[in-house]
Design a protein around this ligand. Structure first.
Ligand SMILES: Nc1ncnc2c1ncn2[C@@H]1O[C@H](COP(=O)(O)OP(=O)(O)OP(=O)(O)O)[C@@H](O)[C@H]1O
Length: 367
């Protein structure tokens, strides 16, 4: 296994790129550390597959270096990079048996047949396909085929990393959860660097210790699921992580903070100082539905809003409110009671009220 360093990487599918919009990867610096279990999370078209294909060598980047343990591998073929890649759809040989499919990557590298047998059985047992080893691959169900595809990546003990590109797309929803747990268990057992691409936040957080959130060809944040939730570095992370995502409000600067409509929201001294310094007018505040406090009692620091809707989701409720010209979501506990059409008092605890300039977080001084 290896540490994978992507250094000043950029990629355009166009031979004559004229601007940032022509780049699928925009000047990206990132390190996937040795032995980590990572997810690469982002919407369709943000550049996830492009990045994986650059790591595995299927694609040459337009700019920058790919380093494995500090050594540049740009010129190495996919085979010489020793990366296992599992794609969205199973890549297996239909005419071979499951055993032959799993043995194939080992045979190719000259592993003795006694070792091949032991390794194939070990992996088949983990993936629960031992009973299928002598079946022809073409006779398997779609999810069994994908398990074989994963197994082909996992049999090789010598790989630098395993890259999973949305591997559970074809898997039955009930089996997805089980297979994700299995991959996590395999990671713990074999300690291989694994990068798991998905656009599903639940899938990302059940598999990975750390998640890279990709947006517009850039990694906008790399952190634990808790960090992404509590401290989104970019408005996209706020919006994309969480259900519903972060409330984001376009605001203008005013003397003690920011305002929208006739509502003034005081900000911390540091945030006010930053607002006075920066030139941009692309300013937003963000607060997660979970962190807005709602009550019937007005206070100095509360804002009055109207309840538009209440959605009961079993163990909690989502309340939609209108505050001035903005619609916000507020997460309530089961026992909190508010009525549609009535007024509610909201407060935004300072710790959870975030300021974004040009979509990036203005960090508090002590963080
Ligand atoms: N072979 C190609 N030729 C031209 N443009 C491409 C090619 N492959 C991808 N792109 C473009 O590059 C951008 C990034 O695509 P990429 O497939 O890497 O995104 P992704 O995040 O993996 O998306 P998805 O989740 O839909 O697979 C997109 O705008 C896409 O249209």
């Amino acid at each position: 296994m290896a540490e994978i360093h992507l250094k000043s990487l950029a990629h355009s599918y166009s031979d004559t790129p004229t601007g940032p919009d022509d780049y699928a990867i925009r000047h990206l610096d990132h390190v996937w550390e040795k032995g980590g279990a990572y997810a690469l999370l982002g919407p369709s078209g943000c550049g996830k597959s492009t990045m994986l294909n650059i790591i595995s060598g299927l694609l040459q980047p337009s700019e920058g270096d790919v380093l494995f343990d500090g050594k540049r591998v740009n010129e190495l073929s996919p085979r010489d990079r020793n990366i296992a890649q599992v794609f969205q759809f199973p890549v297996i040989y239909d005419s071979m048996t499951v055993f032959q499919n799993l043995a194939f990557p080992l045979k190719n590298t000259g592993v003795p047949s006694s070792q091949i047998k032991a390794k194939v059985h070990e992996i088949a047992e983990i993936l629960e396909i031992e009973g299928e080893l002598h079946k022809k691959a073409k006779n398997l169900s779609a999810d069994q085929k994908q398990k074989v595809s994963m197994g082909r990546g996992l049999v090789r003990g010598d790989v630098s990393a395993i890259l999973f590109d949305e591997p559970l797309t074809v898997i039955d929803p009930q089996l997805k959860w089980k297979l994700r747990r299995k991959l996590k268990q395999i990671h713990e057992q074999f300690d291989i660097t694994m990068v798991y691409v998905t656009h599903d936040q639940l899938e990302a957080s059940t598999f990975a210790d750390k998640i890279a959130v990709m947006y517009g060809g850039q990694i906008v944040q790399f952190g634990t699921p808790t960090e992404l939730f509590e401290q989104p570095n970019h408005t996209f992370v706020g919006y994309f992580i969480g259900s519903p995502g972060m409330n984001l409000i376009e605001v203008q600067r005013c003397p003690r903070g920011v305002c929208f409509g006739s509502t003034v929201v005081p900000m911390s001294a540091h945030q006010v100082e930053v607002l006075q310094r920066v030139q941009s007018n692309n300013i937003r505040i963000g607060i997660r539905p979970e962190f807005i406090q709602a009550s019937d009692v007005p206070a100095d620091d509360t804002f009055e809003a109207e309840v538009l809707d209440l959605e009961d989701l079993g163990t909690y409720k989502i309340m939609t409110v209108k505050l001035d010209c903005e619609t916000l979501k507020v997460r309530l506990t089961e026992d909190q009671q508010f009525e549609i059409g009535r007024q509610v008092q909201l407060s935004f605890p300072e710790k959870w009220l975030k300021l974004y300039v040009d979509e990036f977080l203005v960090e508090e001084k002590n963080q």
